[in-house]
Design a protein around this ligand. Structure first.
Ligand code: CDT
Length: 313
């Protein structure tokens, strides 16, 4: 019996700062219905899919900051997504800002949930690799994820669902090989990955120009080196004056891009993914049990920053 997951990668165009949850959820519902029309088992939405990418601003008013977070999932605004998913019999993954109140303490995470075809949450992930900075910089565009989120505390779990083994990660996580490998070592077969990647935040021009190349480079290598499908879903286009890359794509365990969005707006691309397409890679070149040498990888977990050897060595 072939093991397949038909997945829809639901790219979102820009979300305005004043766009309400209701307006955004309506867009998500349209994409979900389209995915159902094309017989998708699952539709993947981007990182922070319910709001504009608010960490670009040094928000000082706490009530305003809180307004970008969800305190429950599903909550009143997101319940229609769960109800429609259950009605249609389609799963989804959704990135959102999560606010947890523990006693007097507010904890903030950049999170995503995986929801099955009955509308039940079967997996939750909190972003581990937070890019950017915590201090406000002297420039219009900030990347204040380190200010507005805590490092995720759930690791990189995987879940059985949709007839396979699925994992999630979020945006900057995709640039770190450890992200994929930790899931790879749990047998992940499909990684759902939402991102918001701005260009032009003061990087050298050359780095900006290479951003689309780097975007695909990291996801394709993560897929190939771990023999897994990767579904990379962007928030794209000119959002509040900031240019967000698109390139939403579905990548096979061969490392090849097999479907890609063509626009910078709301757009769905779909692919019927054969999970057993990974078999030859897992049996041979990336047979972890046969070829990995963890006794030589100690530095990966012992050391964080690079320490070059002394110069006179
Ligand atoms: N959202 C997110 O993680 N974006 C980062 C931008 C880093 S630029 C400071 C990314 O890796 O795409």
């Amino acid at each position: 019996m072939p093991r397949t997951i038909t997945v829809g990668a639901a790219q979102l165009g820009p979300i305005a700062r004043n766009e309400s949850r209701g307006q955004v959820v309506k867009r998500l519902l349209e994409l979900m219905r389209e995915a159902h029309h094309f017989r998708c088992d699952l539709v993947a939405f981007p990182e922070l899919a319910l709001t504009t990418f608010f960490p670009r601003w040094a928000l000082e008013d706490e009530a305003e900051l809180d307004s970008f977070y969800e305190t429950e999932m599903p909550g009143p605004a997101t319940k229609p997504l769960f109800e429609e998913a259950a009605k249609l019999g389609i799963g989804f993954s959704l990135g959102y800002a999560e606010l947890v109140v523990e006693g007097n303490r507010k904890r903030r995470f950049n999170s995503s949930v995986l929801v099955d075809k009955t509308g039940r949450i079967i997996g939750k992930y909190r972003k581990v690799h937070l890019p950017g900075h915590a201090d406000v910089l002297e420039r219009p565009g900030q990347h204040l994820e380190k200010r507005f989120f805590e490092v995720g505390d759930l690791g990189f779990p995987v879940w059985r669902g949709f007839g396979g083994i699925l994992g999630m990660c979020i945006c900057n996580d995709r640039r770190w090989p450890e992200t994929y490998r930790v899931m790879g070592l749990q047998g992940v077969e499909m990684i759902l990955l939402g991102y918001n990647s701005p260009v032009g935040l003061g990087d050298p021009y050359e780095l900006d120009a290479l951003e689309p190349f780097h975007n695909h480079l990291v996801m394709q290598s993560g897929a190939y080196q771990n023999a897994t499908w990767v579904v990379g879903v962007a928030k794209a286009g000119m959002e509040e004056g900031f240019n967000m890359i698109g390139q939403t794509c579905i990548i096979a365990p061969s490392g090849e891009i097999v479907a890609q969005c063509a626009t910078m707006g709301d757009e769905l691309v779909i692919r019927k993914c054969d999970l057993d397409f990974a078999k030859p890679y897992r049996a041979d070149i990336f047979n972890f049990a046969a070829h990995r040498r963890p006794e030589h990888y100690g530095l990966i977990t012992e050391r964080t920053g690079a320490i070059p050897p002394p110069e006179d060595r």
